[in-house]
Design a binder for this molecule. Structure first.
Ligand code: DUC
Ligand code: ZN
Ligand code: ZN
Length: 480
């Protein structure tokens, strides 16, 4: 009889489709058996009374990323991925962020180096294209996609980052040719800038005015425009961080017409709201992210969109900035909402907060939780079935949950370097007792057991999600 290196005994094992009582046998880095009554392993973990899920896949997080303003976010690859691991996330897809004038290939090499040094969980990169000039699309993009970077992001807003419609079409066209998924930050730049200037001119500078400065129709308009352009080119598109009812409805309408468009939302848009920014002084700045936190009926619409499949993934959009001169107060001690860095930490609490909201509070099923936080992101970015599921042959990336553990979040609960938590004061039920990455127990009872640099790069090419539907606009036939 073959004995596994490790057997996880007697847990409720959940995938995106099933929940069953079973043991999981692991040899080396891989799941080799899932069955009741497996022979004793060389090591065993007693998971009776616990739930076992795949390790989380966070397909949208900003790590050790330099903003166009020159501001570095608060985490390194080491601190962000330690934080991820502590919360049960074993695969991350952060960004390699180009700025205007930079070589994309050099940027990617730079992020590779930093991740290889620090990461404790496995990782891939989305490339951010802020400067998609012809030589980048012609001479650099094809090789980078071949090297396993088969997704990119563009912004339709933000100074020094955003692309114009014509540039966006260039990116979509090149991505289609080389088999690359395109992700988009879709908000109308003119509407945001117009509102922001008028609010500030009237002295309405407190953090809570960040919310009206990003009009909800700015999101719906840009989502609609982005999808129209992607449909014209016939390039699959991912709409990142959908925050509004109208935004979700726009994605749904295009999907109903057969367009290959996917949607993502983030933990904060499901569980936090505009009222969180309404605090004395600049305190509300801890909740400034873009798009902004919204209203109760937006949250309701987003939950429904997750249930209907309109939105396929829930990511963290982890973008930590300290509330000091290294981060949100870099432009002075009393900045307007316009002068504060956008973003909040979330890589660690994404899974526990969603486990609580979906599983403990019964808002969705355990299989939905796995689908939205691990399986779908792995499929969309071509990491599946190595990542995002529990199956024979898959990487043994697992989270063992104590479903009864209750935790009240404080500003010190998490291991990122932002120094505060947007979820402070929240009591949540369910917490990872063990986290395994490729068969190694990297977290046990809140202790980390992984060395910086032990995370591995995950090259990705092509994939079903990035494959065009084969129906480009008729006008394109004239271009040959
Ligand atoms: N908004 C972004 O677009 N990126 C990082 C964080 C944020 O709030
Ligand atoms: Zn974004
Ligand atoms: Zn982001």
């Amino acid at each position: 009889m073959v004995h596994c290196d490790l057997v996880i005994k007697g847990g409720r094992v959940a995938t995106a489709t099933d929940v069953l009582e079973a043991d999981i046998g692991i040899t080396g880095e891989t799941v080799v058996a899932i069955a009741k009554g497996l022979p004793t392993g060389r090591l065993e973990i007693d998971a009776r009374g616990k739930i076992v899920t795949p390790g989380g896949v966070d397909s949208h997080c900003h790590i050790e990323q330099l903003a166009a303003s020159g501001l570095m976010n608060a985490d390194t690859f080491e601190t962000a991925t330690v934080s991820a691991a502590m919360g049960g996330t074993t695969t991350v897809v952060p960004f390699a962020a180009q700025h205007v004038g930079m070589s994309l290939a050099e940027v990617v090499a730079d992020y590779h180096e930093r991740a290889a040094r620090g990461a404790v969980v496995d990782y891939a990169f989305h490339m951010i294209l802020a400067d998609p000039r012809p030589e980048i699309l012609r001479d650099e993009l094809p090789g980078l996609v071949r090297d396993g970077h088969s997704s990119l992001k563009v912004f339709l807003t933000y100074d020094r980052l955003r692309v114009e419609d014509e540039q966006f079409l260039d990116v979509l066209w090149a991505a289609r040719e080389h088999g690359c998924m395109v992700c988009v930050h879709a908000e109308n730049h003119g509407m945001i800038s117009w509102m922001g200037k008028r609010l500030v001119a009237q002295g309405l500078t407190a953090p809570k005015f960040h919310v009206p400065s990003h009009p909800r129709l700015a999101e719906a308009e840009a989502i609609n425009r982005a999808i129209a352009m992607a449909a014209f080119i016939d390039q699959p598109l991912m709409i990142f961080h959908v925050s509004t009812r109208e935004g979700a409805a726009t994605v749904r309408r295009w999907q109903g017409e057969g367009t290959k468009v996917f949607g993502e939302t983030c933990t904060q848009y499901l569980t936090l709201g505009a009222t969180d920014l309404d605090r004395p002084g600049i305190e509300g700045g801890m909740w400034i992210c873009s798009p902004p936190l919204r209203e109760p009926d937006d949250r309701e619409a987003l939950w429904q969109a997750l249930g209907q499949g309109t939105l396929a993934t829930v990511s963290s959009d982890h973008a930590p900035y300290r509330m000091d001169e290294s981060g949100k107060l870099a432009r002075g001690p009393n900045p307007s909402f316009k002068e504060m860095a956008n973003g909040m930490a979330g890589i660690e609490l994404r899974l526990p907060v969603l486990f609580d909201a979906m599983v403990s509070q019964g808002r969705m099923s355990l299989t939905d939780f796995v689908r939205l936080t691990a399986t779908e992101p792995a499929k969309l970015y071509n990491l599946h079935p190595k990542k995002g599921t529990i199956a024979v042959g898959s990487d043994a990336d697992l989270v063992i949950w104590d479903p009864e553990a209750t935790t009240t979040i404080t500003h010190d609960t998490t291991h990122d370097r932002s120094g505060y938590s947007a979820y402070v004061g929240r009591e949540i039920k369910g917490w990872p007792s063990h986290v395994l990455r490729r068969g190694a127990v990297i977290v046990e009872a809140g202790e980390l057991r992984a060395a910086p640099g032990s995370g591995q790069f995950l090259p990705r090419t092509g994939g079903a999600a990035a494959t065009p539907s084969g129906r480009p606009a008729a006008e394109l036939a004239h271009l040959g």
